[in-house]
Design a protein around this ligand. Structure first.
Ligand code: PMP
Ligand code: GLU
Length: 377
C-alpha cells in the first residue's frame, strides 16, 4: 500500500529525539534536552502582539499563495539591506517554515537521478528531500578543520545542486569566503544550482557570514533559504521564505498553491513585525548563545572530548569515540540528557554526537556534570 517514495525515508531524527525527550519530561523525569535545535526563548513580545492584533482585526482568511504583500515587500527590503541585492516580489516566496521552502525548492528543480551534493555531515532533512524526488545524494567529506571540502572531485555531468548551510547545522562552522568562492566557481563552470540555507545567518560568534549570492553571476542560480524559527525564536509558528529566480519561485509557488496554500495568515503579520521591528531582541539572544557556547566548550575541554570548533548556530559536534546511536540512547536512559547521534547527519560520523546549546546555562552546567559522570562510569 505504501509508495516507494515514502518507504525510502526515515522519520526526522531530530524531531523524534525531541518528542522522546518531551515525553520523558512529561512523565516527570529530569530531562535536559540538548537533542533538538530549538531556541528556549519565548518569541519576542512585539512579534506576538502583531499576531494577536492581526487575529483581532479578523486577518483569518486565505492569503495569496506567495504570502501577504506586506511580508513579501518586507523580504524584498531585507534582501537589499542584508544581502545588498535587488529582488522583486516575484523572486520571493513565503513558506510554512524554512524546511518547506527547502522541500519545494528541491521538488521544483531536482529530477530523478539528478545528483545533489551534500557536505558530510549536513542537517538531517536535506537527504530525505532529495530521496523523495528520486534524486541521488553525493556525500562530500570535509577537509581537516571542517572549513573546506574537495567539492571539485565530486562534481559530474549529473550534478544539479550543491547544498550549503552556513553557519552549519550540526558543525557550527561559518564557511570562509574562499570556500564559498570555490562553490561559486564550480556552480558557474558546471551550471549547477546552489541551495544556500542561511537560517543561522544572524547567529555568528566568530568569522563573517558570507552568502553565495554576494559573488558575481550567482543571484540567478542561488536559492536562498531563510526563516524566523532561529533568529526570532519562532519554531512553532512555522514561517520561512526563499529568494530565487522568478522561474524557480514560480514553480515553487505552484507546488505550494496545491499543497499547503500558504503559511497561516496571522503568522505572516508576526513575520512583518519581526523583520521591520527592532533587532535588539536578536542581539540579546545571540549574546546569550555565545555565553552558552563558551560554557559548553569549557565543559567539554575539561571532560576531554574533541569537538568541531563552533563559530555560529547553536550546536556542538562532539567525538564520543563509540557508536553514536547507542551512546545517545544510553545517555538519555541513564542520565536523561538528550543528544542527536552523528549518524543522522551523514555517513562518516557514526562516533560523533550533536549537542544543541539552545538551552539554559543551568541546564548546560548540569548536562556537563551528567556527561562527565556518564563517560566515567
Ligand atoms: N535548515 C536548518 C539547517 C535547520 O537546522 C532547520 C531547523 N529547523 C531548518 C532548516 C528548518 O527550520 P524551520 O522549518 O523551523 O524554519
Ligand atoms: N533544525 C532543528 C534541529 O536540527 C530543529 C528540528 C528539525 O526541524 O529538524 O534540531
Amino acid at each position: 500500500m505504501i509508495s516507494r517514495r515514502a518507504k525510502s525515508i526515515q522519520p526526522s531524527a531530530t524531531l523524534s529525539i525531541s518528542s522522546k525527550a518531551k515525553e520523558l519530561a512529561r512523565q516527570g523525569k529530569p530531562v535536559i534536552n540538548m537533542g533538538v535545535g530549538e531556541p528556549d526563548f519565548v518569541t519576542p513580545r512585539h512579534i506576538i502582539d502583531a499576531a494577536v492584533k492581526a487575529l483581532n482585526e479578523g486577518k483569518t482568511f486565505y492569503t495569496p499563495a506567495r504570502g501577504i504583500p506586506e511580508l513579501v515587500s518586507a523580504i524584498v527590503d531585507w534582501a537589499k539591506r542584508e544581502r545588498g541585492i535587488d529582488v522583486k516580489d516575484e523572486n520571493v516566496i513565503v513558506t510554512p517554515g524554512a524546511k518547506y521552502a527547502i522541500f519545494e525548492a528541491i521538488m521544483a528543480t531536482v529530477e530523478e537521478n539528478d545528483e545533489v551534493i551534500l557536505l558530510d555531515p549536513s542537517w538531517v532533512s536535506y537527504e530525505p528531500c532529495v530521496q523523495m524526488v528520486s534524486g541521488k545524494v553525493v556525500w562530500v567529506p570535509h577537509s581537516e578543520g571542517f572549513e573546506d571540502a574537495p567539492l571539485e572531485d565530486y562534481v559530474s555531468s549529473k550534478t544539479k545542486m550543491i547544498i550549503i548551510n552556513s553557519p552549519s547545522n550540526p558543525l557550527g562552522v561559518v564557511y570562509p569566503k574562499n570556500f564559498l568562492k570555490k562553490v561559486r566557481d564550480i556552480a558557474v563552470d558546471h551550471d549547477v544550482l546552489v541551495l544556500s540555507d542561511e537560517i543561522y545567518d544572524k547567529i555568528v560568534f566568530e568569522g563573517e557570514f558570507v552568502s553565495p549570492v554576494s559573488f558575481d553571476d550567482m543571484q540567478e542560480r542561488t536559492i536562498m533559504i531563510n526563516g524566523f524559527s532561529k533568529t526570532y525564536a519562532m519554531t512553532g509558528w512555522r514561517l520561512g521564505f526563499a529568494i530565487a529566480s522568478e522561474e524557480i519561485t514560480k514553480h515553487m509557488l505552484r507546488i505550494q498553491s496545491h499543497s499547503v496554500s500558504h503559511p497561516t495568515s496571522f503568522v505572516q503579520y508576526a513575520g512583518v513585525a519581526a523583520l521591520k521591528g527592532s533587532q535588539k531582541c536578536v542581539e540579546e539572544m545571540v549574546a546569550e548563545f555565545r555565553v552558552r557556547r563558551d560554557m559548553l566548550m569549557r565543559g567539554l575541554d575539561e571532560i576531554g572530548l574533541r569537538y568541531a570548533p563552533p563559530k555560529g548556530a547553536f550546536y556542538m559536534f562532539v567525538d564520543v569515540g563509540r557508536d553514536s546511536m547507542e551512546f545517545c540512547k544510553e545517555l538519555l536512559e541513564r542520565e536523561y540528557v538528550a543528544a542527536t547521534p552523528g549518524s543522522a547527519f551523514g555517513k562518516a560520523f557514526n562516533t560523533w554526537i550533536r549537542l544543541s546549546y539552545a538551552t539554559s546555562r543551568q541546564n548546560i552546567e548540569e548536562a556537563i556534570r551528567r556527561l562527565a559522570r556518564f563517560i566515567e562510569a
